[in-house]
Design a protein around this ligand. Structure first.
Ligand SMILES: [Zn+2]
Length: 303
């Protein structure tokens, strides 16, 4: 049996998978934000609970919202910034009393989709999460590719390519830079863009969600359409660099924005314009496992 844990910014989820990918047990708990020790205890507790429900123990893979410095073992680049600098792998091993494998959560997402999801059968899978934040992972032959710095797929912290004058320097990012893609292509950024143009008097609490903005667009709201077009254009500019550099066999999209049906055709159309190659045949598809991809990919770390 394979146990996977998705240590997210808002929830910590565990799943117990059979070798064939069947779900045996799963549960989720709220992340004790900003409390590292409490997070370690919650991770250990969800593992014990799913194993109790499954009636057996398994290997444990954990997806974390950051990555580990391969030389020092210390967490780095985590959006849950209080994780950074902590010996997360050693601490999880201690908390669970056994060997664990850990990886970046977006890498787990990519591996999950590559193994038995929307990217199955494709050699190089580039998987992008367009959710409350934005991130990506690269899987090759069904396994997450990490690289010597454990930083493959940190696409969200590249700058937005070909910015216009209104996009410089861009919004501040938690990584300390300005104009990172994450700050342009998340669902939150889409909503922010609409809110900025909708009304300067609108209180943040009245601001429409991405789902509401898309629904307004479908009803003919001109501003929603303009903001959507600009959003797609930014995602396309961001992904054009990936296609020009890696030319992955497939692009898999996850996160809340991946639920917008219009994204696939609109993005293919814009990407065809943005890439260096005059032809563009890359399939762009929705993640098959939805919200479960991260936790499934964590379990697959022992596959
Ligand atoms: Zn950044």
């Amino acid at each position: 049996m394979l146990v996977g844990v998705d240590w997210g910014g808002t929830k910590i989820e565990a799943i117990a998978l059979a070798e064939d990918g069947r779900t045996i047990a799963r549960l989720r708990e709220v992340t004790p934000r900003s409390d590292y020790e409490a997070c370690l205890a919650t991770v250990a507790s969800v593992v014990i609970k799913v194993e109790a429900e499954a009636g057996t123990t398994g290997t444990v893979g954990i997806g974390i919202p950051g990555s580990v410095d391969p030389a020092t073992g210390l967490a780095k680049g985590a959006s849950s910034t209080w994780l950074n600098g902590k010996p997360v792998e050693a601490d999880l091993r201690r908390a669970l009393g056994r060997e664990v494998r850990i990886a970046n959560d977006a890498d787990c997402f990519a591996a999950s989709e590559a193994v038995d999801g929307a990217g199955a059968g494709h050699n190089v899978v580039f998987a992008v999460i367009l959710g409350s934040g934005a991130g990506a992972g690269v899987a090759v032959a069904g396994k997450a590719h990490h690289g010597p710095n454990n930083s493959a797929g940190e696409w969200g912290h590249n700058p937005l390519p070909r910015p216009d004058v209104t996009e410089i320097p861009g919004p501040a990012c938690y990584c300390g830079r300005y104009g990172c893609l994450e700050r342009w292509v998340s669902g939150w950024s889409f909503a922010r863009d609409y809110h900025q143009h909708a009304s300067i008097d609108m209180a943040p609490s009245e601001a429409p969600t991405p789902v509401e903005i898309v629904s307004r667009m479908r009803e003919g709201d001109r501003l929603a359409r303009l903001v959507w077009n600009r959003y797609v254009d930014r995602v396309a500019r961001g992904l054009s660099v990936v296609v020009n550099t890696l030319d992955p066999d497939i692009l898999v999209l996850g996160g809340g924005m991946a639920n917008v049906d219009e994204l696939y055709d609109d993005l293919s159309y814009r990407l065809a314009d943005e890439t260096f190659s005059p032809c563009f045949y890359t399939p762009i598809v929705r993640a098959a496992h939805g919200d479960s991809s991260g936790v499934r990919g964590a379990a697959w770390l022992w596959r």
